[in-house]
Design a protein around this ligand. Structure first.
Ligand code: PDD
Length: 283
């Protein structure tokens, strides 16, 4: 069964959906994206993703696509046409099609592409057992707050992790953890949740914002500051957050077991709260 995808105003079978070889997303990674999770056939955190998308476009002086105000409807239509119960919707906007040139083209329509991915996100082995991470240098550009499609280094990081028998990598800059390849990073020590403060150095995770708010509402202590790999290895727990993983326990960093080496109680509780609350607010 072919998926129905969305390209520049049209719903098409995926085999008929195309983008020009001159598209700047293809030539220059001149593009931004969002991933919105789907649970029970409904969208989680849609408003947060839309707001961050608008900000990413603004930071890059990229025009909004003409369908910008219909994005919720298009998300819902794709979920419905493809019968997605669990998974996500991927959205990408590029600066559009123009002959290759480093300078931004003028008066060009942005490209909008969207598709669904059905996959189990609730009860996976990774959730039950926790994941292992390695640390690698953060060699990405300096505007990680903008959600661009420059994902070569994060992809290389995942491959380095796989080669080392781990699941993911935490990125380290000036001796401090910035974030995971595609998620925000946390440790827990003496009941306190510690995660890097917001700046241009990390993506401002939509899941991060909600998880920190729920933690605060549940009277858990939160400290927003950077931490080292050594501090993480000595922590009681570690975990990551993202739209596709929600709250995921980390049980090993660079071969050292964290706490008991099994998913921690704070991470498990935050995951439960996050899923329960997001489900209630899903649209
Ligand atoms: N990644 N940091 C990075 C570098 C990310 O790529 C992501 C998301 C996050 C978490 O953000 P959020 O909670 O808004 O998903 C943090 C998505 C899921 C991806 O690239 O597939």
């Amino acid at each position: 069964m072919e998926r129905t995808v969305f390209v520049n105003g049209e719903y098409l079978p995926e085999s008929q959906a195309t983008v020009s070889i001159f598209d700047r997303g293809f030539l220059m990674a001149d593009a931004v994206y969002e991933v919105t999770s789907v649970l029970d056939g409904k969208l989680l955190e849609f408003a947060g993703h839309l707001k961050r998308l608008e900000r990413s476009l603004g930071e890059l002086q990229m025009a909004k696509p003409k369908d910008f105000d219909n994005l919720l409807e298009i998300h819902r239509e794709l979920v419905s046409r493809n019968g997605v119960d669990q998974g996500g919707v991927y959205l990408q906007i590029t600066r559009g099609v123009a002959d290759r040139d480093f300078a931004f083209p003028k008066n060009v329509e942005t490209t909008l592409v969207m598709f669904t991915q059905a996959k189990a996100i609730l009860d996976t082995d990774a959730v039950a057992n926790g994941i292992k991470v390695i640390s690698i240098d953060d060699l990405r550009w300096g505007r990680r707050d903008i959600k661009t499609t420059q994902l070569l280094y994060p992809s290389m990081g995942k491959m380095m992790a796989k080669a080392a028998g781990a699941d993911d990598a935490w990125l380290v800059e000036d001796g401090q953890v910035t974030e995971g390849t595609s998620n925000n990073a946390y440790i827990v020590k003496d009941g306190k949740i510690i995660t890097r403060q917001l700046s241009n150095d990390i993506l401002h995770g939509i899941t991060r914002a909600s998880v920190l708010r729920y933690a605060d509402e549940a009277q858990m202590k939160v400290e927003e500051r950077s931490f080292t790999i050594a501090e993480a290895q000595a922590a009681d727990e570690a975990f990551i957050t993202s739209a596709s993983t929600f709250v995921m326990p980390v049980v090993e960093i660079d071969g050292a077991a964290i706490g008991t080496g099994t998913p921690g109680t704070v991470a498990k509780r935050l995951r439960e709260i996050y899923i329960e609350e997001s489900r209630k607010k899903a649209i």
